[in-house]
Design a protein around this ligand. Structure first.
Ligand code: UDP
Length: 234
């Protein structure tokens, strides 16, 4: 295995599968199975899950809500998704711990860095909920931050596209995919990889990012084995 410890970021939207809103249990189950396979191959895995399939602070602000209030709602949405993933992982026989950046003691542990690292060391999968716990941030930033904190080798951004393109491949048929790109190029070209805060955190802490298509079964395993899939940012 190429990596010892990885931080996998799943967007809320990825949990929708073919649906327009909410959670597709079959999709979540497929992710759980992929995560289990990589875990059984000996990789320590922490997961940050987004909330955009349920609630996004920025969109709510556009329709009149106060931003901070809406962002806290977004963070709660991420916890709902985390619970769905936790349930799916446990249904396939993987031991997990859910840690939230906002205390919810009846349903999960609070985020405690050292405890999270211990869980990983003893073979549990740790799911991080409620983003960074702060409004005006995103779960991409939470993924970068947690990855640095727990000393992960890489941030794996699992999405529905198979990497970073020169332009949006859904709008521009001439767009081509990068196999590898530097942080400098991401800044210079204004590429939409993760938000700038998340990118900067990774850059400053020399943490590589791989953007890949998590919806293709087995891709996560290929990445963990070091196969060239998706786009590597370093
Ligand atoms: N959010 C936040 N602080 C964080 C992480 C998330 O306020 O540290 C809120 C924000 O409103 C965001 C929502 O939670 O819109 C859902 O997270 P995100 O949009 O990052 O989810 P994704 O796009 O990955 O589904």
């Amino acid at each position: 295995m190429k990596y010892k410890r990885v931080l996998l970021k799943l967007s809320g939207e990825s949990l929708m599968g073919e649906r327009q809103y909410g959670i597709d249990n079959n999709q979540v189950l497929q992710y759980a199975q992929d995560i289990k396979n990589v875990h059984e191959a000996g990789v320590e895995i922490a997961v940050v899950v987004g909330g955009g399939n349920i609630f996004r602070g920025l969109s709510a602000e556009k329709s009149g809500m106060e931003r901070a209030q809406a962002d806290y709602m977004g963070m709660l949405a991420t916890v709902i998704n985390c619970m769905a993933l936790q349930n799916a992982l446990e249904s396939v026989g993987v031991e997990t711990r859910l840690q939230s950046a906002i205390k919810m003691e009846q349903i999960c542990e609070p985020y405690i860095r050292r405890r999270a690292m211990h869980h990983l060391e003893v073979g549990k999968i740790v799911i991080f909920g409620a983003g960074t716990g702060n409004p005006y941030f995103t779960t991409d930033t939470a993924a970068s931050l947690r990855a640095i904190e727990i000393k992960a080798d890489v941030v794996l951004k699992g999405t529905r596209v198979d990497g970073i393109y020169t332009a949006d491949p859904e709008k521009d048929p001439t767009a081509t995919r990068y196999d590898e790109i530097s942080f400098q190029e991401v800044y210079a070209k204004g590429l939409n990889v993760m938000d700038m805060t998340a990118i900067t955190l990774c850059h400053e802490n020399k943490l590589p990012i791989i953007v890949f298509d998590m919806n293709k079964e087995g891709n996560f395993m290929k990445i963990a084995q070091g196969e060239q899939i998706g786009t590597l940012v370093k």
